[in-house]
Design a protein around this ligand. Structure first.
Ligand code: 13P
Ligand code: ZN
Length: 281
């Protein structure tokens, strides 16, 4: 057990410097920059959680329980003794791209699954608090672990093109929005054959949005929150971003045709069936 502030400081430094995490930090840097460049991360918009438990041994995990801890509003038994890299609430993606370690914290879930410890790059000051969407991230991360999924990342961004689509009443159903998105570009059906989940507007950060999102992720890899943004899953941050990128492209094609004053034709049913039949089973 580590008892004093010097030990805490040294250990935090060790975890942030862990060589196995280098590639994770490189991806955070590059994806945060892209989110900012796309305009999908205005102000503090967007957040992520990455399950990094596999990079740490039991002894290292034991030491994390010496850091400041905070109760959770719900218990996550499957997440006991798991460790996540989580974006800090209020942090900006444009800053994350330059100084990732200053804008993320490790969130270590206690033995009971009902509290979390925060390890940040500055254990002397006030701890950086994890994203306000933590309850949704944890609920999804728990579901991924229960399903023994290879997906370790949950990424949230304010994808402008998809928010715009969700402002149009006729696309505010799963059936309508997926039929539009699949029709705009073959890759969307190829890589997201289960389509996107659609959640009517719910207050961000609430347990209600966490529950609804969880249910939707049982059958999708990307969930659209009406008039707010999206959440995507991936084995890596890069893969989670790919899902957002793919669907945003379909939405962009739709708006491009509309702004040229024309209605897009969309792939017809025969073409969609052909693509669908080519999918690996
Ligand atoms: P946080 O800064 O708390 O992560 O909030 C950003 C956001 O996009 C909320 O939906
Ligand atoms: Zn948001």
């Amino acid at each position: 057990m580590i008892g004093n502030i010097d030990n805490l400081l040294n250990f935090s430094n060790d975890i942030f410097q862990k060589k196995e995490l280098k590639s994770v930090f490189i991806q955070i840097t590059s994806i945060a920059q892209i989110l900012w460049d796309r305009g999908w991360a205005e102000r503090n918009a967007g957040n992520f959680s990455i399950n990094v438990t596999g990079f740490f041994n039991e002894k290292e995990l034991d030491r994390l329980s010496a850091y400041p801890f905070f109760p959770l509003s719900k218990r996550y038994p499957t997440l006991a003794r798991t460790l996540f890299l989580v974006s800090g609430t209020g942090t900006r993606m444009r800053d994350m791209a330059k100084h990732p370690a200053e804008n993320v914290c490790f969130v270590y879930i206690s033995e009971s699954g009902s509290a979390y410890h925060i390890i940040d790059d500055n254990p002397e000051g006030d701890p950086l608090r994890p994203t306000s969407e933590l309850s949704t991230h944890l609920a999804i991360q728990q579901q991924l672990l229960q399903k023994k999924s290879t997906e370790k990342v949950v990424l949230h961004a304010h994808v402008t093109e998809l928010i715009a689509l969700s402002q149009l009443a006729r696309f505010t159903s799963e059936k309508a929005i997926n039929s539009l998105l699949w029709g705009m570009h073959p890759e969307t059906l190829l890589f997201l054959p289960d389509g996107v989940g659609f959640i009517p507007f719910i207050l961000p950060g609430s347990d209600t949005i966490a529950l609804a999102t969880l249910k939707s992720f049982e059958t999708h890899k990307l969930v659209l929150w009406e008039k707010h943004g999206c959440m995507a899953l991936g084995a890596s941050l890069s893969e989670a971003f790919d899902h957002l990128d793919l669907v945003a492209k379909s939405a962009r094609i739709y708006f491009l045709c509309k702004s040229a004053g024309m209605d897009p034709e969309g792939l017809n049913n025969m073409q969609l069936k052909e693509i669908h039949d080519s999918l690996p089973r």
